[in-house]
Design a protein around this ligand. Structure first.
Ligand code: HEM
Length: 181
């Protein structure tokens, strides 16, 4: 049966999923440079999520994200740094207590576990970020703690993710237009 949490956050899931940057990623259309820029944002968000222990140690992503980043840097792509929307969201997460962080843990780890498995083959890197050992335990560790009371906080997390996808696309778009001037 579908949880109330999933039901009442599905509208924002749909919006996030359909953002142009995400759609391009899902269609395998991102360049190495664009994907590296996205990974830099993921690194900041997961660093904030992982300053406190996760429900299961196999969930930890920071090292895998850094491995993916190194792979692209070795290929010659340049680091661009963290966007203002990422800065705002990671700072927001950093100020939450362990219990208050949990809705954001649900949001980001299940995103990588579900949507991420379809994304792995589409991105221009080996995609270590999407590789989980003991996937079933990863899922169950989150399912055991999730609560329908998290609806507002998860929707707030989706708003940050949506703002980030918009900013990624706008930043890359304005760079492209500049280069044609
Ligand atoms: C192309 C992008 C995406 C695709 C194709 C996708 C696909 C899916 C699918 C099929 C599920 C359902 C799995 C199931 O119920 O068995 C799911 C669940 C989920 N996705 Fe996504 N997703 C995408 C992007 C995102 C993003 C950007 C986020 C947030 C950062 C996200 C967060 C979640 C969460 C939290 C769940 C778990 C919902 C629940 O069962 O409680 N997804 N996704």
């Amino acid at each position: 049966m579908q949880s109330l949490l999933k039901e009442q956050t599905s509208e924002k899931h749909r919006i996030a999923e359909r953002k142009p940057f995400n759609l391009r990623m899902f269609k395998g259309e991102l360049s190495g440079a664009e994907y590296l820029f996205y990974l830099e944002q993921q690194e900041a968000i997961f660093a904030a999520l992982e300053t406190t222990p996760l429900p299961y140690s196999g969930l930890n992503r920071l090292q895998a994200i850094q491995t993916d980043i190194e792979e692209l840097v070795k290929k010659g792509y340049e680091l661009k740094g963290v966007l203002p929307s990422t800065q705002a969201y990671s700072q927001y997460i950093n100020e939450l207590s362990l219990a208050e962080k949990q809705p954001h843990i649900y949001l980001h780890y299940l995103a990588l576990i579900y949507g991420g498995q379809m994304m792995k083959s589409k991105v221009p890197s080996s995609g270590k970020m999407y590789e989980f050992n003991n996937m079933e335990e990863c899922i169950q560790s989150i399912r055991r703690i999730q609560s329908d009371e998290w609806v507002n906080e998860v929707n707030k997390g989706y708003d940050h993710v949506i703002a980030l996808f918009d900013e990624l696309e706008n930043t890359l778009f304005s760079k492209k237009t500049e280069s044609y001037v």
